[in-house]
Design a protein around this ligand. Structure first.
Ligand SMILES: Cc1ncc(COP(=O)(O)O)c(C=O)c1O
Length: 467
């Protein structure tokens, strides 16, 4: 891109950092990093720092900017909305809200043969809270299942179904803390089994808990389960882009249906074609009761989020006016961006291009895996890609090397591709040793090649530094 020159009379990074240290809360995630970094421009797959150094971004705002930074079509839709109806209290209607709801509901109905409705909120965690309201309203049960390794957000309700105690630790007692069930993380099987021969042993273990009242889930005399819903990430995101066995959710749903436990599908990070399908759950052949959407719904241009739910859970009779509300929930800038995303999806062929690009990317990562034993696993579903960084044995998690690679990328000093560049990587996983790669869905083959070259350079440097 042509880098726009920014007014040279401005504060230095040093001055800004001194102000940041004094006036910004450190309670967000900025200070996870040792060295803080400023960016000033973005386009396509790239971010640009204040010295105009280009960074290949392989995480795209945790998959919020899935359709690329400064996506022309989506930005235009937003600009048009700014010039027509930029603000409107959510108690009044506007066209984009209705059409966006319709497009989501019709798509779900076509795919899952299920009628439903859409409700908007702001941010993923708030939409999760709305899903919880639907569940409680329907089942009159507060307790829920969620997976080990799950991340559903950081409001109090969402934190209760997020597995890490670290996020709850400072905030008192969580009476509704979920019952966390082991996720089918086959590379590091919680039961030490092999995927090829396990026969879904972890799921059978869960099923066993319904056999006797003494396992604490169900009154076996009446079949009444104490838990209202299971909150599920179809591909576990923050947990390390973990792809479950393809028959896992079908089998899980059979158990849940037996005990009338609702299936809430958190698509916040994996929705909108990240995995090669509009909704990631489509890969697994089941129909969710509730779906939760966020992030890429507006390509990260506006924080609206949404829930889709089956009619029986969200019809006006059971979820009447005022059941939930937020000032900014269906704001017209958000619905305009969301509607354009849905139109764009209808016109483009992401169902073909994303798996193709993903297959190419994974093949190149697997070639790296052959060369470097420290790459323990390289896998993907669509363009949700995971790279586990390990010790030389290819298995023991190697957080030190992972951090080194991430920091080298972020330093903006790589030279692959013939100029000084950086590489933006996000780290996730149970042992913080997994690169969770979420490139732009518009990434080109040439950009994938560049990404691999930059990654290999950072990997080599990281290995040399940590040996
Ligand atoms: C799967 C999943 N659910 C929920 C959330 C929370 O969304 P938000 O950060 O917008 O509240 C996230 C955010 O990373 C997520 O990945």
């Amino acid at each position: 891109m042509v880098v726009k020159k920014i007014d040279p009379v401005r504060m230095t990074e040093k001055e800004l950092l001194a102000l940041e240290a004094k006036y910004c809360s450190w309670g967000d995630t900025v200070h996870y990093a040792k060295e803080l970094r400023f960016f000033q421009q973005a386009e396509g797959s790239f971010l640009y720092d204040r010295n105009d150094v280009e960074y290949m971004d392989l995480q795209m705002w945790y998959s919020a900017a899935t359709f690329g930074y400064k996506n022309k079509r989506l930005n235009e839709a937003l600009k048009k909305q700014i010039d027509t109806l930029p603000q409107l209290a959510c108690q009044y209607l506007h066209e984009e809200k209705v059409l966006l709801s319709m497009k989501i509901a019709q798509d779900v109905e076509k795919k899952f043969k299920e009628k439903g409705r859409v409700h908007f909120n702001v941010g993923g965690a708030s939409a999760i809270e709305d899903a919880m309201k639907l569940v409680r309203n329907k089942t009159k049960k507060n307790l829920a299942f969620a997976f080990t390794g799950s991340y559903h957000g950081r409001t109090l309700g969402a934190t209760a179904i997020t597995s890490s105690f670290r996020y709850r630790e400072k905030f008192g007692h969580f009476a509704d803390r979920a019952n966390f069930i082991p996720y089918p993380y086959c590379f590091r099987c919680p039961l030490g089994k092999k995927k090829e021969s396990c026969n879904l042993a972890c799921l059978r273990q869960f099923e066993k808990l319904f056999e006797s009242e003494y396992y604490s889930l169900v009154n076996t005399k009446t079949g009444n389960c104490e838990f209202g819903a299971f909150y599920v990430e179809p591909v576990q995101a923050t947990g390390g882009y973990i792809i479950p066995p393809m028959n896992y959710f079908k089998e899980l749903k059979k158990i849940l249906d037996r005990y009338k436990v609702l299936f809430v599908d958190d698509e916040i990070q994996m929705g909108f074609f990240r995995t090669g399908k509009l909704w990631a759950i489509e890969h697994f052949g089941i129909t969710p009761d509730v779906m939760v959407l966020g992030k890429a719904l507006t390509n990260g241009l506006n924080p609206i989020s949404a829930i889709w739910a089956k009619e029986e859970l969200i019809s006006p009779e059971v979820f009447p006016p005022g059941s939930t509300h937020a000032t900014f929930s269906s704001n017209p800038l958000g619905t305009a961006a969301g509607l354009e995303v849905m139109k764009m999806i209808e016109e483009e062929d992401f169902e073909r291009t994303v798996p193709e690009k993903g297959a190419y990317f994974v093949a190149r990562l697997k070639a790296l895996q052959k060369k470097y034993p420290q790459v323990g696993e390289a896998e993907g579903l669509g363009l949700a890609l995971r790279v586990e960084i390990c010790q030389k044995d290819g298995f023991t998690p190697n957080r030190e090397l992972t951090d080194a690679i991430m920091n080298i990328g972020l330093s903006g000093t790589l030279t692959a591709g013939g100029k000084t560049r950086g590489l933006i990587l996000d780290v996730g996983g149970y042992y913080k040793n997994v690169f969770t790669l979420a490139p732009s869905l518009y990434i080109t083959e040439k950009e994938i090649d560049l990404s691999i070259d930059l990654f290999e350079e950072a990997l080599k440097k990281g290995i040399a530094m940590t040996q």
